[in-house]
Design a protein. Structure first.
Length: 158
């Protein structure tokens, strides 16, 4: 299911009535067909490892376990998922001079000023959320288990 934000971004690409915006919008709608099933599989692997669907509890449970090969495969899948969902290389090439190889950037090619800044800020926030999920769910080392000075300092160092 495509999110509302993604649909609005696709409509921004279609609003300019340029061919590149339309191509970028159709590609942006096509990528979630591959990303969302992978996200469900990754969350299923994490659920089976931690026996919970609460992300906070999942991170805490995974910090106390030895990891299996399925965890590392889910880490690899989630890493590729981050690249695809956030329009990063090698899925999308925003620095190219050819609009035909762009996905996300082709949609916002005709946007400028404050609107472009807001779109870029939203993209950065989305990438930060995904990177935080990657760090907390797949590399949960150094999470403070209690509220003591020593555990907080150790978690900051790790």
């Amino acid at each position: 299911m495509i999110s509302v934000i993604k649909v609005i971004t696709m409509l921004i690409g279609l609003d300019a009535a340029s061919t590149f915006g339309g191509m970028g919008s159709s590609r942006e709608g096509f990528i979630p067909l591959f990303v969302e099933p992978v996200m469900l599989l990754v969350l299923s692997v994490l659920h089976f490892e931690s026996n919970t669907l609460n992300l906070f509890r999942m991170s805490y449970e995974l910090s106390n376990k030895n990891f299996s090969i399925s965890h590392f495969l889910a880490l690899a899948a989630f890493s590729f998922l981050i690249l695809a969902e956030n329009a990063r290389m090698p899925v999308d090439n925003p620095e190219t001079h050819l609009e035909l190889t762009m996905i996300h950037e082709a949609m916002i090619l005709d946007v400028s000023g404050k609107n472009l800044a807001f779109i870029e800020l939203a993209s950065s926030i989305k990438f930060t959320v995904f990177a935080t999920l990657l760090a907390n769910l797949f590399i949960p080392f150094g999470i403070a288990n209690s509220i003591t000075i020593s555990s907080i300092v150790l978690s900051l160092v790790l």
